[in-house]
Design a protein around this ligand. Sequence first.
Ligand SMILES: Nc1ncnc2c1ncn2[C@@H]1O[C@H](COP(=O)(O)OP(=O)(O)O)[C@@H](O)[C@H]1O
Ligand SMILES: CC(=O)N[C@@H](CCC(=O)OP(=O)(O)O)C(=O)O
Length: 282
Amino acid sequence: MEEDLRPAVVIKFGGNAMVDASLQQAFAQDVVELWCEGLRPVVVHGGGPQISAMLDRLGLESRFEAGLRVTTAETMDVVRMVLSGRVQRELVGHINSHGPYAVGMTGEDAHTLTAVRRPAWVDGVAVDIGQVGDIVEVNPDMVRTLLTRGHIPVVSPVARGADGQVYNVNADLAASALAVALGAERLVILTDVAGLYADWPRSTEVIGRLTADALDGLLPGLASGMLPKMEGCLRAVRGGVGRADILDGRVPHAVLRGVLGDNGAGTTVVPGTSADHVTSTV
Ligand SMILES: Nc1ncnc2c1ncn2[C@@H]1O[C@H](COP(=O)(O)OP(=O)(O)O)[C@@H](O)[C@H]1O
Ligand SMILES: CC(=O)N[C@@H](CCC(=O)OP(=O)(O)O)C(=O)O
């Protein structure tokens, strides 16, 4: 029975924050601690740097448009192999060193994530970036089943298309779509900076808290990896998730501090229309 279970907390573990083995271990410990506290963590992992490293070893090019990887059929094979064959396995291993908690899956499994091909928008122009997907449907049944049985789902951001193709999905957007479909309480995105910087890369001011409408106004000015992250936060809170946080994954135990301690670190997006935002200097 699911009635007495708390809403899920979806945590996106970023590729850049996961290159350090001790940070990976601290992250795994935090996720298990949340589970022990009665929360229901769902992990969606990235792996951008690991994919780029493998492409480089194979002599293949890594190219991004508006923060999304240009994905040929050859690139897609490598993306799938690195994400679900290596990065997900390592993470599941770290979590399961604490007990039989984690179960790895990809968005392709049980039709969890369905995507359609999407372009990247560069200066208002649609650019073809190959097998990159935008999620159009989420079936959260398998993730819910795992949660109900006391497991921690670890999901790779690969989706199936209704057209039979496999799609590479940005992990921030995959986490956001899953959070909405699960009716999650929170979306937490770990990355390799202190949060969303105002006037990046010139200022040292991190935006601490802002509403969905204020974020909507800032989105057109954002670049590179921060763009899908903030788009994911916006979609999440507009889709009913209570709040979305960007936290610094380079800080050990950032998840535990951010979720249980709520120490005000990082950037928090909340539903609402106020145009104001609060900044702090780091
Ligand atoms: N406004 C901004 N605030 C913070 N970081 C930004 C901003 N704009 C671009 N970035 C870049 O986005 C990066 C995070 O995105 P990405 O490299 O995709 O991270 P991850 O691997 O965690 O998903 C930061 O390291 C930074 O270089
Ligand atoms: C379409 C697209 O860009 N997909 C990403 C998927 C992995 C990811 O998002 O990893 P990070 O969170 O570590 O950046 C990629 O190929 O790099």
